[in-house]
Design a protein around this ligand. Structure first.
Ligand code: GSH
Length: 228
């Protein structure tokens, strides 16, 4: 066993780490977040505030914060860009993804969506975010039908981008045209990454199990009410 991932019974932030573990063929098991959170989280050697927690068996170490977990796996499996600029952009891309997750869930569900706020998010911030990814890709690695976000080699940035937008448009098919219009190369990239063998098998199993579930809870219900 290489890793244990502690998270809720949902795709959301887990998928960033799960797609990576699948891509590199790591041996891992999923555990429920409640085994750590909240009681044990402060007692960990590297304490963390909230799930996901990634446990690395060989170093007997826990990591929290999705971007940190992904950067750690990127380092372990050689999925980080080599040049300083693109290495920094890989981290920035994962942080951008996490910001989008926070925005789309109104700060992880602190406030439920209302029509005016949702419409303005969907018509302004969300397309701007999509364009940020599109412009980054076009400047660094995406070309015509191929390439990756930050060069000719797959990196954690592609895994994160796919976990963000691939999952978003699968869970909310109504947003597919938003992505296609604002970030056509990113839409194509997500499809290519989702078709990589290990990831494809994983997503088929997951989508059979969870359907179109996204982040769960009242905030998912509020999001669905806005989008439908
Ligand atoms: N910045 C953290 C956010 C973690 C987070 O918000 N986790 C959610 C589930 S996705 C949770 O269960 N939060 C409980 C809490 O914040 O107490 C990360 O990226 O991992």
């Amino acid at each position: 066993m290489d890793y244990k991932l502690y998270y809720w019974d949902l795709p959301f932030r887990a998928n960033f780490i799960l797609l990576m573990l699948e891509e590199v063929g790591a041996q891992y098991e999923r555990r429920d977040a409640s085994e750590i959170y909240p009681e044990r989280s402060l007692k960990l050697h590297n304490p963390g505030m909230a799930p996901p927690y990634l446990y690395e068996c060989k170093s007997e170490t826990y990591f929290a914060q999705m971007p940190a977990c992904l950067m750690h796996l990127g380092h372990q499996y050689d999925y980080l860009p080599r040049r300083a600029e693109t290495l920094t952009l890989a981290l920035k891309t994962i942080l951008d993804c996490n910001d989008v997750l926070i925005e789309i869930t109104n700060s992880n569900g602190q406030v439920m969506w209302e029509k005016g706020a949702w419409d303005s998010f969907r018509n302004s911030r969300l397309p701007d975010w999509m364009r940020v990814f599109e412009k980054t890709g076009l400047a660094h690695g995406l070309k015509g039908e191929g390439g990756f976000l930050l060069g000719s080699r797959i990196s954690v940035a592609d895994i994160a981008t796919t976990a963000l937008f691939g999952m978003l448009v699968y869970s909310f098919p109504e947003l597919k045209s938003d992505l296609g219009e604002n970030a056509p190369h990113i839409a194509a990239l997500c499809q290519r990454v989702e078709s990589r063998k290990a990831i494809q098998h994983f997503l088929e199993r997951q989508r059979e199990e969870y359907g179109r579930d996204y982040c769960g809870g009242q905030i998912e219900r509020s999001l669905r009410k806005m989008i439908q």
